[in-house]
Design a protein around this ligand. Structure first.
Ligand code: TPP
Length: 378
């Protein structure tokens, strides 16, 4: 296996010392290393992958040096526009090194949302005209990287490394922050979910939130009718908005993460301007990308109340304790009658999850049908 330290040192020898990206579970060891090894002047965890490509472009414009953009291959969708319309040799011709975690690699078992994305990743790079190499734990880094980086520099263009699973060695664990809030995400969900009346429609976000929602329903012997957004990180609120528009008489709850909220934060302005009285946007804020390794987001340092109210949400409330969260639906019910737009409820939680957390056993299509049956029934 490859040591993240060796990888970054090799890049440094080629003059690459700047990093932007969105963390990925397959690149967890590399992402954690980068986050621990570099200060904020050399590394930024961005809101989305397009944000990272554009910052890498700005880095080149400002310094004349290429940067690294790391991401999961699901982020390829978010980078198509800035790569094609900006960094491409036919436009501004900007060199950068994309490091892409290859979830759903053909022949390797993975979750449904990764299968097609994994199958088409190489084709996507080919269509985008991005030269790439495939890296696994046996690849000779120096030899392969050298010619890739020569192409990047000589042709002044983005190039990519498609990284297979189990390529990077684990790094020594850096002790994580001591818990400061009363609950972690699953504990908060266990308090929150039973209060939501059965006619309400729930859309939960990508990653461990949806897995925990599924587990909690199972533990209570309830049929899962919540929409578990397995992919499309950042779009939970928008899906919930669409549902809320289609079902104006039903309360619709978007269970969001802070990383997910940040990824497509523009949708908060659309929600705030929507006048949707039946939309309840819950942000489970652990200030990190807990589902892929706990790398920090900026959500611990921004004022979500001001964002919500500034975007036009009708109300904001923050929950930190179990007792307060026990009153969650009571708070909403009284507001639902009077409100003139969506509410945003922030739940401040600790990072961390169970190590034995399961995954939904229903397929995405089964989940969609169960959700739709429920939404039509009520
Ligand atoms: C476009 C895209 N980029 C990256 C990922 C990988 N990913 C899955 S969940 C997740 C973290 C989500 O963080 P947050 O919304 O804060 O929820 P938490 O895991 O902390 O509960 C990431 C980065 C993805 N699924 N899709």
């Amino acid at each position: 296996m490859l040591s993240p330290d060796t990888f970054c040192t090799t890049l440094q020898q080629h003059g690459i010392t700047q990093y932007y990206g969105v963390p990925d579970s397959l690149l967890k060891n590399l992402c954690s290393y980068i986050d621990n090894a570099f200060e904020s002047d050399a590394h930024v965890i961005t809101a989305n992958e397009g944000n990272a490509v554009a910052m890498a472009m700005g880095h080149f414009l400002g310094s004349g040096k290429p940067a690294v953009v790391y991401m999961q291959n699901s982020g390829l969708g978010n980078v198509v526009n800035p790569l094609t319309s900006l960094a491409d040799p036919e436009v501004y011709s900007i060199p950068m090194l994309l490091v892409i975690g290859w979830r759903g690699e053909p022949g390797v078992k993975d979750e449904p949302q990764h299968i097609k994305q994994g199958r088409i990743s190489e084709q996507q790079l080919n269509v985008l005209d991005i030269p790439y190499i495939i890296l696994d734990s046996t690849t000779s880094l120096e030899k392969n990287l050298k010619s890739l980086l020569q192409t990047m520099s000589k042709q002044s263009r983005p190039v990519a490394i498609l990284v297979k699973s189990d390529t990077f060695k684990a790094i020594a664990k850096v002790s994580s922050k001591t818990p400061v809030y009363a609950m972690n995400r699953e504990q908060a969900l266990a308090v929150l979910l039973p209060q939501v009346p059965s006619e309400a429609l729930i859309v939960s976000t990508t990653g461990k939130t949806s897995r925990e929602v599924f587990e909690i329903r199972k533990a209570h012997g309830q049929k899962n009718t919540d929409f578990l957004t397995v992919g499309g990180m950042g779009h939970t609120l928008s899906i919930a908005m669409g549902v809320a528009k289609a079902k104006p008489q039903k309360p619709v709850v978007a269970l969001d993460g802070d990383g997910s909220m940040l990824m497509h934060m523009g949708s908060l302005a659309i929600a705030g301007s929507s006048g949707l009285k039946n939309l309840i946007h819950v942000i489970l804020n652990n200030a990190c990308h807990d589902s892929v390794g706990g790398q920090p987001t900026v959500a611990g340092n921004i004022d979500i109340e001001q964002i919500a109210l500034g975007c036009g949400y009708s109300a904001y409330k923050c929950y930190e304790t179990r007792d307060a969260l026990n009153e969650f639906w009571k708070d909403i019910e009284s507001q639902l009658r009077e409100t003139d737009g969506p509410m945003l409820l922030e739940v401040k939680i600790n990072k961390g999850a169970r190590t034995d957390l399961g995954r939904p056993t229903s397929t995405p299509i089964e989940n969609k049908l169960a959700f739709m049956q429920h939404s039509v029934e009520y």
